[in-house]
Ligand binder design. Structure first.
Ligand SMILES: [Zn+2]
Length: 147
């Protein structure tokens, strides 16, 4: 019957398909970065973190290229950008509707499932626009109260 190729035989197959499906040419660099991003399930990563991981994995790539690639992936619908404060953007591989905790002490973010946030009222959206999504960032810091 049909030959089914396992992921291990051709580890790049899925990233090639992913990039093709997003309309991006699967260059060596994009494939390498896509594997860093998508190999291990859902995650949030900053450009600087991905740059460090690329260095560790001996992928020769500049921080500027990392930024460009992350923005290309975002524009192509492979990532979501989560901006928690000016100068701090996370790229999220989880494209499903959800929200985030932002830990102000560490700068980390963590998913909040969509069903744990209820928005009871939204303003009328400006004329000529349509609602894409509503992102909620819940900011938390280490409690300072002595209990
Ligand atoms: Zn997320």
């Amino acid at each position: 019957m049909a030959y089914i190729s396992g992921m291990n035989d051709r580890p790049f197959t899925y990233v090639i398909e992913l990039l093709h499906s997003a309309g991006l040419r699967p260059t060596r660099q994009r494939m390498a970065l896509a594997r860093l991003l998508f190999d291990e399930g859902n995650r949030h990563v900053t450009a600087e973190e991905l740059h460090r991981e690329a260095k560790k994995a001996r992928i020769p790539v500049s921080l500027a290229t990392i930024y460009n690639t992350l923005h290309q992936f975002t524009a192509a619908g492979l990532l979501r950008e989560v901006i928690v404060e000016p100068g701090r953007a996370y790229f999220d591989t989880n494209l499903a509707s959800h929200h985030h905790f932002f830990f102000e002490d560490s700068g980390e973010i963590e998913d909040i499932p969509d069903n744990q946030v209820t928005i009871s009222h939204l303003p009328d959206i400006p004329e000529g626009t349509e609602l894409n999504r509503v992102d909620v960032v819940v900011r938390v810091a280490t409690s300072t109260s002595n209990t």
